[in-house]
Design a protein. Sequence first.
Length: 104
Amino acid sequence: MQVCTPIEAAHALERGDWTVVDVREAQELALVRIEAAQHVPLSEFVERYAEIPTERPIALMCHHGGRSAQAQAFLATKGITETLNVDGGIDRWAVEVDSSLNRY
């Protein structure tokens, strides 16, 4: 499975090259979120994954990278393989990309 850094994902998101999907739960998004990211919580992922556009690569993220790796593995079972796991999740994003984001 492919991974990317938060910096790579942020640049690709800004350019519109990738779709960034946050698989954290709603209570986590209430603490901190990336507005441009699509939200499909892991608890609803099996039912809602089809909402994710597949015409460009998908970068998946969570708090640290574990749940997004699960989502990435699930997408692979559905034949969706142009995916990347954002290494370190939103916690690393807050350190390397946007220090104004809350960390929890």
